[in-house]
Ligand binder design. Structure first.
Ligand SMILES: NC(=O)c1ccc[n+]([C@@H]2O[C@H](COP(=O)([O-])OP(=O)(O)OC[C@H]3O[C@@H](n4cnc5c(N)ncnc54)[C@H](OP(=O)(O)O)[C@@H]3O)[C@@H](O)[C@H]2O)c1
Length: 327
């Protein structure tokens, strides 16, 4: 083995050891170390003029930082946001920050299937293609709540709304092939095996963190299914997790965790890096169905106990289709 190959192997072994340690890996420390040792900065030296990107939750946190990085690279960016005023404020800020005039806002409440359908219809009327869809928006609910559609709110927002949006935008993604879908999951999904018999916590007591982890596992399973189903259409579908990032979802949902980690938390820009890389880097154009963190493929499971059999994948898909298809 030659010297560069030995050095590369040593770096990758260090990276894997860091990832196994979780805490240093998920913080800003892991980001800085990997950036210094492993990444090729030229990967993001790209001009995205003419590429159309849609980002859910593009008004805040990781979504805003992603929108900013892609707008800086001249992409046309649709911010899909639930609050039009916050969306408009983000658009104005992006115009100032990036001087890219091709930034648009569309209203989308992922917890409402009517809202998702409306957003899909408007996007399909305005754009003839979509190069990148970033399913970034996410929510964590303290208690079990039921939406106007009669669904448990975290499942409705994090899983079903994302499913309906992605399915609805498939024609636009196919028209732009090779196109990319990026699903923003969470390292929390490593704790979960999906309970396909109780996706909405109807039979067991509701637990906010368990519900969130279940939703994030479901996102990874849907990623695997879409990757397989849409491979022939040239639509590449990947999932990722951003590490631990100082954003409103953490500020509201995990205040003690935030206090303890303090400045060790990643910035939104650091959390967004792998999303931007998956959206823009040329070298990953043909890769699909994988789970990423800090610009590297990661295992989808850390223990065999979280693996679902193939029948569970089918059950998840069938449930999502049934609940999103109007009778
Ligand atoms: N921060 C972390 O450490 C961390 C770790 C792992 C995974 N993640 C994931 O990263 C993604 C981005 O989160 P963030 O950390 O950037 O937090 P954030 O700043 O709170 O962003 C969450 C975004 O989701 C939007 N959203 C929530 N419910 C929605 C709904 N019903 N319909 C449409 N949009 C909705 C929010 O809109 P509003 O502004 O209107 O509330 C906001 O734009 C999420 O999927 C989260 O689960 C974050």
């Amino acid at each position: 083995m030659n010297l560069p190959a030995i050095i590369a192997r040593a770096y990758f072994a260090l990276d894997a050891a860091l990832d196994a340690a979780i805490a240093p890996s998920y913080t800003a420390f892991g980001y800085r170390l990997r950036r210094a040792l492993l990444w090729d900065e030229r990967d993001l030296d790209v001009d995205l003029s003419g590429r159309v990107v849609a980002i859910t939750g593009g008004n805040s946190g990781i979504g805003y930082a992603t929108a900013q990085a892609l707008a800086q690279r001249r992409a046309t960016v649709f911010l899909l946001v639930r609050n039009p005023d916050r969306g408009e404020a983000a658009r104005r800020q992006l115009l100032i920050d990036t001087r890219n005039p091709h930034i648009y806002v569309e209203t989308l409440d992922l917890s409402s299937l009517d809202s998702v359908r409306g957003c899909v219809a408007r996007l399909r009327a305005q754009a003839n293609r979509l190069n990148v869809l970033i399913n970034n928006a996410g929510a964590e609910y303290r208690t079990r709540q039921v939406t106007a559609d009669g669904l448990e709110a975290s499942f409705a927002t994090n899983v079903l709304g994302m499913f309906a949006l992605t399915q609805g935008l498939r024609p636009l993604l196919a028209a732009a092939a090779p196109s990319r879908v990026i699903n923003v999951s969470s390292g929390g999904m490593y704790t979960a095996k999906l309970d396909v018999n109780d996706l909405q916590f109807e039979r067991k007591p509701f637990n906010n963190l368990a519900a969130y982890a279940q939703n994030k596992r479901a996102q990874v399973m849907l990623t695997e299914l879409w990757a397989a189903f849409w491979r022939a259409d040239g639509i590449r579908v990947n999932a990722m997790h951003p590490g631990w990032v100082d954003t409103p979802i953490v500020q509201a949902g995990l205040p003690t965790f935030r206090k303890v980690l303090g400045r060790l938390l990643r910035t939104p820009e650091q959390g967004a890096d792998t999303i931007v890389w998956l959206a823009a880097a040329k070298r990953i154009e043909s890769i699909t169905g994988e789970f990423w963190f800090d610009r590297r493929e990661r295992p989808k499971h850390k223990t065999g106990r979280t693996r679902n059999p193939i029948e569970d994948y089918r059950a998840l898909w069938d449930t999502c289709l049934r609940l999103t298809t109007r009778s």
